[in-house]
Design a protein around this ligand. Structure first.
Ligand SMILES: Nc1ncnc2c1ncn2[C@@H]1O[C@H](COP(=O)(O)OP(=O)(O)OP(=O)(O)O)[C@@H](O)[C@H]1O
Length: 247
């Protein structure tokens, strides 16, 4: 999946500045950077939840002009920050809503319940009473309905116990191994860095060169932040790049 020249503005303020980046299938890619750097805005722009300029190419098709619902129909899935499940609906009903939205058969709800054993056990519980980790599993399982080509996970690990994060990353790895584009966005990648194939640092709306390996990405992030402290804002942003290819 390729984002080309994506920009997001909120009034006068520029959250994402002409970002170009390719996330390939078969790999877990990360986007990291400090709070307010524009990470969520870039994901929301890709998903179509905020107005943005630029191209969003998935599987060779520019879906940048489509609504979020149509992008979902083309195979793009987002687990937003805060999960955004329906707290007053049961686990099963949350999954049913997605099945209805995407026009999927009821069997897909059963498949989604079986993706994490805890969802099957809590199928009739209100989603709002689930623990944070259980809600995240529900959000991920719901996003995977319809077998997306690309899965965007915004701050998936926030507030979760290491074992839950590990289970979610196992799922991410399985998806990547099947060829799915998996993108995790985290302000701190320490807990998952050994699970990452490559990544990018986002500073003030500008995306860095790709960095191979989670440890290397962590180091690049630290360096970028060090440079920020020592130099002028214009010097601080990593070099923007334009890449082509990928899914
Ligand atoms: N709906 C909005 N209206 C106005 N400004 C916004 C809106 N959403 C985000 N911003 C601003 O855009 C900038 C980028 O925000 P964004 O949430 O994309 O950053 P982020 O890197 O995801 O941050 P965090 O790690 O804290 O979630 C910030 O300055 C933020 O205040």
């Amino acid at each position: 999946m390729t984002l080309e020249g994506v920009s997001v503005r909120y009034g006068e303020s520029i959250a994402v500045a002409d970002a170009s980046v390719t996330f390939t299938g078969g790999a877990i890619s990360a986007l990291t950077g400090p709070n307010g750097a524009g990470k969520s805005s870039l994901l929301l722009a890709a998903y179509g939840s905020v107005a943005a300029k630029g191209r969003v190419v998935l599987d060779g098709e520019d879906i940048g002009g489509l609504s979020a619902a149509r992008r979902a129909g083309r195979g793009l899935a987002l687990v937003p920050q805060g999960r955004q499940i329906f707290p007053r609906l049961t686990v099963r009903e949350n999954l049913q809503v997605m099945a209805d939205t995407l026009g999927l058969p009821g069997a897909e709800v059963e498949t989604a319940l079986d993706r994490f054993p805890v969802l099957r056990e809590r199928a009739r519980a209100l989603a709002g009473v689930l623990s944070g980790g259980e809600q995240q599993m529900l959000a991920v399982s719901r996003a995977l309905m319809g077998s997306p080509k690309a899965l965007l996970l915004d701050e998936m690990s926030t507030g979760l116990a290491p074992l839950i994060v590990a289970e979610l990353m196992d799922t991410a790895r399985r998806l990547a191994d099947e060829g799915t584009v998996v993108v995790v966005v985290e302000p701190s990648i320490g807990a998952i860095r050994d699970r990452l194939d490559r990544g990018y640092v986002l500073l003030r709306g500008t995306v860095s060169e790709p960095v191979d390996g989670g440890r290397e990405l962590d180091a690049a992030y630290q360096r970028a932040m060090g440079v920020t402290a020592a130099a002028s804002p214009a010097d601080a942003a990593p070099q923007a790049v334009s890449q082509r290819g990928g899914r």
